[in-house]
Design a protein around this ligand. Structure first.
Ligand code: PXP
Length: 277
C-alpha cells in the first residue's frame, strides 16, 4: 500500500492546483456531502440492524453524493463505532467525520483516518447541533488537536457561526476549512432570511480572505438551499435531514439526485421571492 503523502507535500500540490485552475472553474459549483445520521436514527429507534447506514451510503453515492458525512456522538444516539469503521472501508467518495473535540474522538479519528474531520460542539441534551463551535474561546486546545489531525493527513474543518472573531480564530488554529453554521438562516422567517443570507455571504468572504476554504450546513432543505449554494466560493454543503425525509417518498438515490441538481445549479438571484426586496 502507498504511504500517505506528508501534509507539507499535499499543501504544495493544492497550491499548484489552485494556481493552474482558472478561478472561474474553482468557483463554479458547490459539492454535496450527504449526512446519513438519520438513517441510523431509524435503526436505533428499535436497537435493531436495519436500516443499515453503511448500505445507504452506497445509494447516496450512486445518487451523486460527493461525500458521506456522519456524526459519531459521545452518547452514540445514532451512528455507532461499527458504522464508521465500515464506512471507512466502503465509502468511495469522501468520508467526513463530525465529532466533538474530545480525547476519545481524537483517538478514533487518528485510528480510522477519515478524509475530513469536522469539529462540532456537542451537548448531551440537544436534539441536534445547536450552534457553531466557540473556537475563539478554546483556541489553544483546538490548535493542538487541529495540528495532530492534520499531521496525520486528515483535513480539518471547524463548524462555526459566520462571525469575524470566530473565523479569525479558525485561521489562528491552523485549520484549512470552516463549515458555516446555516441553522439560523434555515430557521429565520421569510422576511429575515435575506439578512441571515447576507451574514453567511459576508462570512464566506471573510473566511476566504483569511485563506480558509468554506463549507456550510445544518438545517438546509430543498426549499432554502439554493441561495446558500450560490454564495461565491462555497465548496461543499453538508445536508442530511431533508434528504432522508424525501427518501421516504422517492428513495435515497433519487432524493440525493434532486438535491445535487439544486446545489450544482442554484438560481442566481439570492433573494428570489423575497418580499423585502
Ligand atoms: N453540518 C453539521 C456540522 C451538522 O452537525 C449537521 C447535523 O448533524 C449537518 C451539517 C446536517 O444538518 P441537517 O441534518 O439539518 O441537514
Amino acid at each position: 500500500m502507498r504511504e500517505r503523502a506528508s501534509a507539507a507535500a499535499v499543501a504544495v500540490a493544492v497550491a499548484v492546483l489552485h494556481r493552474i485552475q482558472p478561478a472561474a472553474h474553482r468557483d463554479a459549483m458547490a459539492s454535496l456531502g450527504v449526512n446519513i445520521d438519520h438513517i441510523a436514527n431509524v435503526r436505533q429507534a428499535r436497537r435493531t440492524v436495519e436500516p443499515d447506514p453503511v448500505s445507504y451510503a452506497l445509494l447516496a453515492e450512486l445518487g451523486g453524493a460527493d461525500g458521506i458525512t456522519v456524526h459519531l456522538r459521545e452518547d452514540r444516539r445514532h451512528i455507532q463505532d461499527r458504522d464508521v469503521e465500515l464506512l471507512r472501508q466502503t465509502v468511495r467518495s469522501r468520508l467526513n467525520l463530525e465529532m466533538a473535540a474530545t480525547p476519545e474522538m481524537e483517538a478514533i479519528a487518528l485510528r480510522l483516518r477519515p478524509d475530513m474531520v469536522t469539529l462540532v460542539p456537542e451537548k448531551r441534551q440537544e436534539v441536534t447541533t445547536e450552534g457553531g463551535l466557540d473556537v475563539a474561546g478554546q483556541l489553544s486546545g483546538l490548535t493542538g488537536l487541529v495540528g495532530r489531525l492534520q499531521e496525520a493527513g486528515i483535513g480539518v474543518s471547524l463548524f462555526v457561526d459566520a462571525e469575524r472573531n470566530q473565523l479569525e480564530a479558525c485561521r489562528a488554529s491552523g485549520a484549512r476549512w470552516v463549515e458555516l453554521h446555516t441553522g439560523t438562516y434555515a430557521e429565520a422567517s421569510w422576511v429575515e432570511q435575506p439578512l441571515e443570507l447576507a451574514r453567511l455571504t459576508e462570512g464566506s468572504f471573510i473566511a476566504r480572505s483569511l485563506g480558509l476554504r468554506v463549507n456550510a450546513g445544518h438545517g438546509l432543505t430543498y426549499q432554502n438551499v439554493e441561495p446558500v449554494a450560490a454564495i461565491e466560493g462555497m465548496e461543499e454543503l453538508n445536508i442530511g435531514h431533508t434528504i432522508v425525509a424525501r427518501a421516504l417518498a422517492v428513495g435515497l438515490e433519487e432524493a440525493v439526485r434532486q438535491m445535487k441538481a439544486l446545489v450544482q445549479n442554484p438560481r442566481r438571484d439570492p433573494l428570489f421571492g423575497s418580499t423585502s426586496s
